[in-house]
Design a protein around this ligand. Sequence first.
Ligand SMILES: Cc1ncc(COP(=O)(O)O)c(C=O)c1O
Length: 406
Amino acid sequence: MNHIESLFEKLNADNAPGQEKRQNKNDIEIKGESLEGIFVDFSHGDVDAHQPLPESIDYFNEGFSEIGSSQAYTEYRGLSEILTETAEKLSAFTGTNINPEEELIITPGTQGALFLAVGATVTRGDKVAVAEPDYFANRKLVHFFQGELYPVHLDYLNHNEKAGLDLSALEAAFKDGVSTFLFSNPNNPAGVIYSSEEIDRIISLSNQYDVTLIVDQLYSRQLFDQRSYTHAISHPDADREKIITITGPSKTESLSGFRLGTAFGSPVIINRMEQLQAIVSLRASGYNQRVLKSWFSEPDGWMDERILKHQEIRDDILTLFREAGITVRTTEAGSYVFPKFDVLSVDCITFSKILRKQANVVVTPGTEFGPEFTDSIRLNFSQDHQNAVDAVKRIITVAGYYQNEP
Ligand SMILES: Cc1ncc(COP(=O)(O)O)c(C=O)c1O
């Protein structure tokens, strides 16, 4: 296999969230009966069940019909007026002061921001620490930019008041020359929040060993049970030259279809990200940038209501899994559960295909989030409540058909 082939072999998106429709499920043999039920795609949230703000389309139309060319062709990092307004909102949210001209970029989705941030910090042979499990793209981005991966274990199942990152392993990786640490907080897929002590330690290690932090905070607005959240960028010891925070309106706000994201922090890295954006997509869709005006400007009570609805779905799903004896950590933030099926006779990729064929349900195999998670699946529970509950019941029934013999 030549170099380019082996590079893309590692990027393999066959089992990535959203790609299931392309899989062939005909080769899967099933045990037990096929279960009827309304189709649920747990690989992403359902924006019909949890709709975007109606104002979002008005802002798009304003960009398209009233503003026109200057909105279509913005500076690569985004239209100055939108940058200013978004910087103010993100500053208030994260408890810091973001300079709109130097420290912020608007990207095509949070995914776009991730690509640019890794591309702006990692080059061939650089050592990069990633949490495991963590968002499926993180490891692939490091591969693509030819960095060397340093996975750091996140013991999410055995803690309640912290995410469970192995901080000694993180320090060992930093000592060994890691130059960038990339992680999501809240964590996707485990749904856990890093405690203030964990963030404290990560900041102090990054200062001690001169490591750049890329923190993906996409789910940091959707916190359950009144939990607190520590923004790394507003930590008193944070070196702003070494932190890039990434977030966007795709999840809690259901604006994913507009493909909008943001990154803010180190002016040097933001500047590099703009250079890279100039050769990837030029800019985030111009008309869509205007939709950011609806972000953090939701009507009173809208966010609370949205979070409460998700918390109720979470509670029902956790109860079902636990009653069935399946191990799962309580989601503290975001819309994911990551149950672990200890006694399955098939691996999670096969189980996901079985679920599609036999239970009319799409889930994401655990191995997308780290090679060791062969007995876990990830569900995005931002779904119609009843449909999600019914679908989880089907998952549990099917899991019963594929139990290992004792
Ligand atoms: C942690 C995390 N980062 C980035 C993304 C990509 O988000 P977007 O739709 O804004 O590109 C996702 C989507 O699932 C995510 O969960």
